[in-house]
Design a protein around this ligand. Sequence first.
Ligand SMILES: Cc1cc2nc3c(=O)[nH]c(=O)nc-3n(C[C@H](O)[C@H](O)[C@H](O)COP(=O)(O)OP(=O)(O)OC[C@H]3O[C@@H](n4cnc5c(N)ncnc54)[C@H](O)[C@@H]3O)c2cc1C
Length: 409
Amino acid sequence: MRRIVVAGAGQAGLVLALGLQKRGYAVTVVTDRDAGTIRAGRLISNQCVFEPALRRERALGINFWDGHAPRILGASFGLAGDSAEPAISWEARFDHPAQSVDQRVKVSDWLTAFAERGGEVRIGKVTPELLDGYAREFDLVLVAAGRGPQFDSLFPRDDRHSRYREPQRTIGITYLVSGRDEPLPVYPGLTFGLSPAGELFGLPIQSVRGPVFGLGFFGVPGGSLDVWDDVTDPGEHFELAMTLLRKQFPWVAESLADARPSGPLDVLRGRVLPIVREPVGTLPSGAKVLAMGDAAVTNDPVAGQGANMAAHAAAVYEQSILDHGDRPFDEEFQRRTFAEYWEKAQHATRLSNDFLAPPPDHVLATLEAAQTVPEVAHRFAHIFENPADYAAWLTDEKVSLDYLASKGS
Ligand SMILES: Cc1cc2nc3c(=O)[nH]c(=O)nc-3n(C[C@H](O)[C@H](O)[C@H](O)COP(=O)(O)OP(=O)(O)OC[C@H]3O[C@@H](n4cnc5c(N)ncnc54)[C@H](O)[C@@H]3O)c2cc1C
């Protein structure tokens, strides 16, 4: 039987591990934190997951939250202007609801399920040195240990596909609950606000202690939303978030007037360096290891693509492993597998990188047209679940304007 080890237990590694386990593979997951530690820890992400990734989770029987996680029914867009009302605003319903289950819940439940289904879990921090031992013990070593510099030398930056050298946003997220008996009167979908200082991203989430509203700010460095560096106290984080909301995105503030913080660990601040890496690493022994998820491609979370692409990686890698049968998982296999993933993932990276730059005129014209033409709003709202349509449509000025003209705008 093929033996496969996955280093890192997140949306990428665990979905692959659970998928391969279902197919009868002997899979080992090595992770630096056990399920209880993850669940009791600080929040990790905003993790809005769209239909294609949810479909995969359902097919594997690992979406344990359908039925009680809030359904994310659509997108509500607002462009900050000079007054309290947005200069441009529209809403569009998703064809299929999205879902955001706190990754502390998701990952801890999946890790527990994987072990209960007979998977081997080893707790410990994987280092480049340890990977050589795994390469001797297993037929295939996958590194799914998330973003950051820890495997920089193994998976160096791919200059051809990495647009930025520095993080482009300062992120501050806080989870909120109602301070009264009634739920917060928030929009039951993604609330997206755009301003020259950065973005607002809000959504209903199924969190550790029940439903919350995740409120995130993405500040352009040096601008008025780049304020999180010195904020260590959760109470201060909450007050600052509310002040920014009232000032920059006032039309959203009313629905959160009765909000209070959901817990001291339900805050997150930091920066993400968007990077595409060389996906195949060579160990000192010469053995090859394959990166997946954020360990291979990290996008700024501003367009909500990372967890979705991690799930996509799990699906592509699983199929590639199955198709490969008993042949060795050599470099050719590893490069081919990543290339197949990148076919779709490149569009998510393009979308995320483009969102970090000021919108060009034809995109602003599209956002404006969405106010009056529901079909345009519907199409725009769906680029998050299908970033290939973004690439086919909004990256080309002529294509975009021709489309608007065909819709009478
Ligand atoms: C603020 C924020 C908001 C986001 N919002 C969204 C969103 O709305 N939608 C979306 O799709 N994506 C979103 N993302 C991105 C998404 O969270 C990530 O892209 C996704 O979690 C990547 O999954 P992964 O499995 O590759 O890595 P991770 O989820 O980071 O998992 C890696 C795992 O490996 C473990 N690990 C790390 N190092 C080691 C080691 N050395 N040894 C052993 N184990 C190790 C970690 O503990 C972790 O469990 C957001 C991210 C952030 C930061």
